[in-house]
Design a protein. Sequence first.
Length: 91
Amino acid sequence: MGRAEPERTCVGCRNRATKGKLIRIAGAPDGMMRVDPSGSAPGRGAWVHRDPTCAEAAMWKGVLARAFRRGLGESELGKLRRELDEHLGAM
């Protein structure tokens, strides 16, 4: 019997899924947030479904700010949104 894949909770919709169905947003040690497709970058992380609806909910409900325990400026959210759009569009 194989090893079970870990589950995480999507911050956008609050449903659980395996790591393969989610994408990680990492709060890097330098303070910047980045999309982490590998799921292994250092720093605090939040997971979101590979679905634009969940990504949008996480961005604009203040959920990411709570997950990372800090305020997020409009420019930082805009940069993260573009990065997520590029990653989700490539799928």
